[in-house]
Design a protein around this ligand. Structure first.
Ligand code: 6LC
Length: 451
């Protein structure tokens, strides 16, 4: 909308007629060069921002709101268009794409709040699959789950939701003897997944289905629904919604969810390296005072969460706490709209409170009653994963001392429009045991992820 506002043409502003419209024949020639089909194919609908009275016989006259089909753009100023069967020149500055097309041009469209085109497009290339497959901790954990439950998986029906290259399904076929694995993948990667299944002689067991898990049809219920759905900060991408919908539709009574549960962990932390790199840097670069840039730096580097933050265990100012836990059998899609938790952390060592770091852990229950669960912990004390951790930087660091308390709340608010996005809001209240400092500091900050 602002783009329209900035181009508003005053009602009676006449387009400078000094710029001569290109000759009719020249234009037709250029259109002919492109070939009729191209011309039609490239024809785009535009909307008139304002009335225009054509001067000369080859210019169109139109009114605000008229929808014109633009067939060619011989110059930046004058386009060849059609209105109600009449063709002629129109001043380009009088036209704009409709709202929907404008969003499209900007790569966003409200018709697709899941941004599936972009989302599944990204998973149609190898980059993300290579990253996930190269994540040894993640991938080996799923392999261990299959290995440790191989006996119980015999003759079971499994659904691998969002199978990507099919690695989990291939583990099932390679390490166990399930009767069938439905490998469901919405992106174009599914074609290659079929090839990998064939290449590894698993066609008897694995059936690859291309489509969204919540839309595809399976011939039967499944005993096990396995998926690697966790996004940054656990929920980003909100693929978990698809897992819950598939659970409700395809997991038989008493069936098993892998992961079976998930927990979201938070800790107040130091982030000296990041703070120095992005904020302290401006204090005295090359002997100059660049501190006026620090407000920009705060907005540019600290306003949003920092994904893939590798935190040192020694950065923790307190013991971490699992502030949210999700039971994958009872969690409902509506629960995802807003997840809130209160916390109280006790500072164990004096330091600088730069922000909060978050990570997640998922558990895979054993198929054998009483069997030991398998855990994938993405925290700083475990083998690093491709998620690493997520850092939420405060605007200003606060010195804290052992014995201080940091209490408050965290809210994960799903974006009502962009369904794969959320905003994380943190409230904190620091109560210092030292009498001299103002005895407590209160703060709150919302971190959009990403819209
Ligand atoms: N772990 C992270 N962050 N990403 C998981 C990886 C996501 C994979 O699951 C697929 N996927 C995601 N949602 C669906 C769905 N509803 N139906 C079918 N396939 C889906 C994507 O195309 C990726 O290949």
């Amino acid at each position: 909308c602002t783009s329209v506002a900035s181009h508003v043409i005053h009602k009676h502003q006449q387009v400078p007629l000094i710029c001569k419209t290109p000759g009719f024949l020249e234009l037709r020639a250029s259109a002919m060069d492109k070939g009729k089909e191209d011309e039609d194919a490239s024809a785009q609908e535009y909307v008139a921002r304002s009335d225009f009275t054509g001067g000369g016989t080859d210019q169109l006259t139109f009114s605000t709101g008229d929808k014109l089909m633009v067939h060619a753009k011989p110059t930046a100023e004058w386009w060849w268009a059609e209105l109600r069967g009449v063709v002629g020149y129109v001043p380009a500055s009088y036209l704009h794409r409709g709202a929907a097309e404008e969003e499209e041009e900007e790569g966003i469209s409200l018709e697709d709040p899941w941004q599936d085109e972009e989302y599944f497009g990204s998973y149609g290339t190898l980059r993300l699959h290579l990253e996930m497959l190269s994540d040894h901790s993640r991938t080996e954990t799923y392999r261990q789950v299959i290995l440790k439950n191989s006996a119980s998986l015999r003759n079971k029906v499994v659904m691998d939701l969002g199978c990507g290259t099919g690695i989990i399904s291939l583990f099932c076929a390679q390490l166990a003897k399930p009767s069938t694995v439905y490998a469901v993948e919405a992106s174009s990667m599914a074609d290659y997944t079929r090839q990998l299944v064939k290449q590894n002689a698993c066609e008897e067991v694995i059936t690859v289905l291309q489509g969204r898990a919540e839309e595809i049809e399976l011939p039967e219920q499944v005993d096990v629904l396995v998926s690697e759905w966790m996004g940054n900060c656990l929920l980003f991408e909100f693929m978990v919604e698809s897992v819950l919908l598939a659970r409700d539709r395809w997991l038989r009574e008493g069936g098993v969810m892998w992961p079976s549960s998930a927990s979201f962990t938070l800790v107040p932390c130091q982030a000296d390296g990041y703070y120095s790199e992005k904020m302290a840097f401006w204090e005295r670069p090359y002997g100059l005072d660049f501190t006026p840039l620090q407000s920009l730096a705060q907005q540019e580097f600290f306003a949003k969460p920092k994904f893939s933050h590798l935190m040192e265990p020694s950065d923790c100012l307190t013991a971490p706490q699992d502030v949210l836990s999700m039971d994958m059998y009872t969690l409902q899609v509506r629960d995802l709209e807003e997840m809130k938790s209160h916390f109280t952390f006790c500072v164990e060592k004096s330091g600088v409170f730069h922000g909060f770091t978050a990570w997640f852990t998922v558990h895979f229950e054993s198929l054998e009653a009483g069997g030991a669960p398998v855990e994938l912990n993405t925290g700083p004390n475990s083998e690093p994963t491709h998620w690493k951790q997520t850092l939420f930087m405060l605007d200003r660091p606060v010195r804290v001392s052992a014995g201080d308390s940091i209490s408050g709340s965290i809210v994960l608010q799903r974006n009502p429009i962009w369904r794969r996005h959320m905003t994380v809001t943190l409230h904190w209240n620091i109560k210092s045991i030292m009498e001299d400092t103002e005895n407590h500091q209160v703060g709150s900050k919302s971190f959009p992820m990403w819209r």
